[in-house]
Write a protein that binds this ligand. Sequence first.
Ligand SMILES: O=C(O)c1ccc[n+]([C@@H]2O[C@H](COP(=O)([O-])O)[C@@H](O)[C@H]2O)c1
Ligand SMILES: Cc1cc2nc[nH]c2cc1C
Length: 351
Amino acid sequence: MNTRWWQNKVAQPSEAHAERARLQQAQLTKPAGSLGQLEALAVQLAAMQASEQPRLERLTIAIFAADHGVVAEGVSAYPQAVTAQMLANFAQGGAAISVLAQDLHADMQLHALGLATPLGDLAGVRHWQIAPGTANLRRQQAMTPEQCIRAMAAGREVVLQAAGRGCELFIGGEMGIGNTTAACALACALLDQPAKALVGPGTGLNAKGVVHKAAVIDQALALHRPACNEPFDWLCHVGGLELAALVGAYISAAQLALPVLVDGYIASAAALCAARLNPSSRDWWLFSHQGAEPGHAALLAALQAEPLLHLGLRLGEGSGAALAVPLLRQTCLLHNRMASFASAGVARGLA
Ligand SMILES: O=C(O)c1ccc[n+]([C@@H]2O[C@H](COP(=O)([O-])O)[C@@H](O)[C@H]2O)c1
Ligand SMILES: Cc1cc2nc[nH]c2cc1C
């Protein structure tokens, strides 16, 4: 395997199936274009699945959890122990994503990439033991390249296994107190923006807290800039273990022709990094929502993403993506089951 496997080729979704799906959409008993964004979505799904009958029944939701040394700088409204505590809550079925995953009959998986708080053996959690969280990115590089590559490979392995089991849509969720600071720093580096352009309250900092968080991010960017020449360097220096796992997962899914539904702010920062590492992988990703974190809009714009939902979400965990799944499933149903003008005996108009 190429040591930089994430640069390996990604095939394009099937243009022949896209064309057939466009013709199919034009036959359905509705004014042309009346299903708005859902029409293009059906075409995209048909092209990605190389199918005339796209379907999204088999769903994997993999949650990657990790801690962040930068919480020592007071950048989160919650204590670091919440990362491990929430992982236990995911496993016990009490978190938002647990409830949604169960309702969607999804295969939900929990991956602990690096926790600062011991969790013990908890049924259903896979421990990757890469590092006990990242180093404080305000003072040193968050991950060594080896740690970053191991986290990316964890994401890759999870996707390979999901694809092998017949998964039709992959959702990556994340949990990590402090990870909006890492995601924002990564986004600022990749978009060449100062922190104030993309920073936000995360779990709930007040205005003073957000100003402090922006200063921490700007200091980190200044510290690491001389050593960072490419997106991979930035991922190591200011990213996080769960961000790196998402990057690896998103690129691997594209390499395996497996559609992805990208979740919120942190997931979108990982997607931007993945797109910079392997631009054609972008063709395999859909985006569930634009959330409340102020920098999310800029990330989605840079990815030329048209998110489906605008609900002021800022939870993470893959929850926004899970909420969009029924809409995607019903988009497939409409495409596959609606009558045509000819079969229903409905007259066509001018459009
Ligand atoms: O996905 C989002 O848009 C989102 C926005 C704000 C916060 N979060 C979640 O909140 C945690 C990070 O927030 P913070 O304030 O500790 O950096 C992390 O576990 C994320 O899943 C998630
Ligand atoms: C309670 C809680 C739940 C979360 N889920 C994702 N990030 C989170 C952060 C907190 C604080």
